[in-house]
Design a protein around this ligand. Structure first.
Ligand SMILES: [Zn+2]
Ligand SMILES: [Zn+2]
Ligand SMILES: [Zn+2]
Length: 297
């Protein structure tokens, strides 16, 4: 009976929790149940073990794990592939949609606000200040930049004045030990310009001027913008406006004065023109050739 029962159990086991109804007496039932449940558990474990072995032999076990894995651990796709910010204008407001997109990079090239912020005010003199193309052609240039506040300055950045050995600059009227220009035409004191004045007021390099035996001073060219020469023409002094004209893109004060006050010219155009020229230039703070040559000596 016992073996028969076991067989019956095994058959039933196929249907897992199928109810069993066997004709057993009350006393029998109690002890039999313990036996049954124990053997039932054993048989069940054995079958599971057998099944696992069978599956492993067939390679089904590993396969089932592989198939299950993606379900159990879904790839964090959302974290890795966050929706990229869409740069194309996806605007809902019809008002915004109709606006032409602003190209900010283009705006930076023409900082009109910056230009507006620079205010240069030179009180009007007794005579109108107007320049011709001839004046413009007399404007100088330089191949290398001139570093300001270095030549004729001590290590603390103070200018070195020397009333005996120094030369007087026609522009700033200071007698200093720094390099000065010498006019090949007038050969006068009016042709003496310090390096800083020559660069900021005329856009020229004192070293290049001194190597050029055809160099002629600004007073001889008729474009001197020192306070003395300007007053002589009935114009007021400009004051120290180099940083302002430089911000506007002009090479020097002379370039600003002449190019913005050319007979029958558009000042705005000359600003843009000068700006494009200036951008091709090297910056003021870059080491100059003069410094490099000094190191070589
Ligand atoms: Zn000077
Ligand atoms: Zn001269
Ligand atoms: Zn002058």
């Amino acid at each position: 009976m016992g073996t028969r029962r076991k067989k019956k159990e095994e058959e039933e086991e196929e249907e897992e929790e199928a109810p069993r109804s066997l004709p057993l007496s009350q006393s029998e039932e109690g002890s039999k149940r313990e036996d049954d449940s124990a053997s039932y558990e054993q048989a069940r474990d054995q079958r599971i073990k057998d099944n696992m072995e069978r599956m492993q032999k067939l390679g089904l076990f590993d396969l089932s794990l592989k198939l299950k894995r993606p379900k159990q651990k879904p790839l964090p796709k959302n974290k890795k592939t966050k929706p990229r910010p869409n740069h194309s204008p996806q605007r809902r407001s019809s008002r915004i949609m109709n606006l032409v997109p602003i190209n900010y990079s283009e705006r930076r090239e023409f900082p009109s606000k910056e230009k507006d912020a620079v205010e240069i005010f030179i009180p009007e003199g007794t005579n109108p200040e107007v320049y011709t193309k001839e004046h413009e052609e007399l404007l100088g240039d330089c191949e290398s930049t001139w570093e300001l506040d270095v030549d004729g300055y001590d290590e603390d950045g103070n200018r070195i004045y020397d009333s005996i050995k120094g030369e007087t600059c026609h522009q700033c009227r200071q007698k200093t030990l720094c390099q000065h220009t010498h006019c090949n035409k007038c050969e006068l004191l009016q042709g003496q310009f310090c390096g800083d004045c020559l660069y900021t007021r005329y856009g020229e390099n004192v070293m290049e001027a001194n190597h050029n035996n055809k160099w002629v001073c600004p007073p001889c060219r008729g474009i001197c913008n020192c306070s003395h020469c300007r007053r002589g023409k009935g114009w007021n002094p400009t004051g120290n406006i180099y940083s302002k004209v430089s911000k506007l893109g002009f090479k020097s004060v002379a370039h600003y004065l002449i190019k913005t006050q050319l007979e029958g010219s558009n000042a705005e155009n000359s600003v843009a023109e000068e700006k494009s020229e200036a951008s091709a230039d090297t910056t003021m703070n870059r080491p100059t050739e003069r410094r490099a040559s000094r190191k070589r000596v």
